[in-house]
Design a protein around this ligand. Structure first.
Ligand code: MN
Length: 230
């Protein structure tokens, strides 16, 4: 069974459950004892989860007043995990904050606060219980011929668009070198990226893990786990 390393975060349950239901075995890393190079050597894939904001200094910006720091040391720990995973050719799935730190690790930048930086943007930070079944925030348009569109198409979905939840105030701004945008909200906010040169390197801005009970995005986790080393 593929062991999926998960960088620790505060709401682990749904990530772990999504991995399990896709046939993988979650391994929540301990940042004080699991060094990134050893974790990547032992894992079959890397999952990056949600959390606070990436420190703007890392991508060369001054902090916006809304900046909400992540756990101390988390930015550096996750960037090291990403670099090691890419070096090792390990599949990588990044969610919410995950897509943001992935983009920064690739040299990209972030919109620090959507409401104050993108006039006319949709509401992307819905204040709803995350586990309410299928609470929809907005649509995303999928890029044809992307890994995401292939995984997201099924009997009920043609792979052109999907309804997603949304609990973020930041987003990808300038894409890191090598990443392409593969899902976009109708207001232009980038909602998913991938590195097409990799077997599986995908980031999504919404929270597919919250749907583990009803399975709307199980195919994303299944595709990820399938790509991972046993
Ligand atoms: Mn959104």
């Amino acid at each position: 069974m593929a062991v999926i390393a998960i960088a620790p975060c505060q709401k682990l349950h749904d990530y772990e459950e999504s991995v399990r239901r896709a046939g993988g075995e979650p391994w929540v890393l301990d940042t004080s004892t699991d060094r990134p190079e050893e974790a990547i050597r032992a894992a079959g894939g890397l999952l990056l989860a949600g959390g606070g904001d990436v420190r703007p200094e890392i991508y060369g910006a001054a902090p916006h007043p809304s900046y909400h720091a992540a756990e101390p040391g988390r930015d550096e720990y996750e960037i090291e995990l990403i670099k090691r995973a890419l070096d090792a050719g390990l599949p990588l799935f990044a969610i919410c904050r995950g897509i943001q730190i992935l983009n920064v690790a690739y040299g990209g930048t972030l919109v620090q606060d959507i409401p104050s930086e993108m006039a006319g943007a949709l509401e992307h930070k819905l204040d709803v219980p995350p586990n309410e079944p299928f609470t929809i925030a907005h649509e995303v348009w999928l890029e044809k011929d992307s890994l995401l569109a292939r995984l997201a198409s099924d009997a009920d979905n043609d792979g052109d668009s999907r309804q997603v939840n949304s609990r973020h105030h930041q987003a990808v701004k300038t894409l890191g070198g090598g990443l392409v945008a593969v899902a976009t909200a109708p207001d232009g906010v980038i909602e998913a990226v991938e590195d097409p040169t990799r077997r599986f390197c995908l980031g999504v801005q919404w929270h597919p893990e919250n749907f583990y009970r009803t399975g709307e995005f199980r195919s994303l986790f299944e595709g990820f786990v399938r790509a991972c080393k046993i």
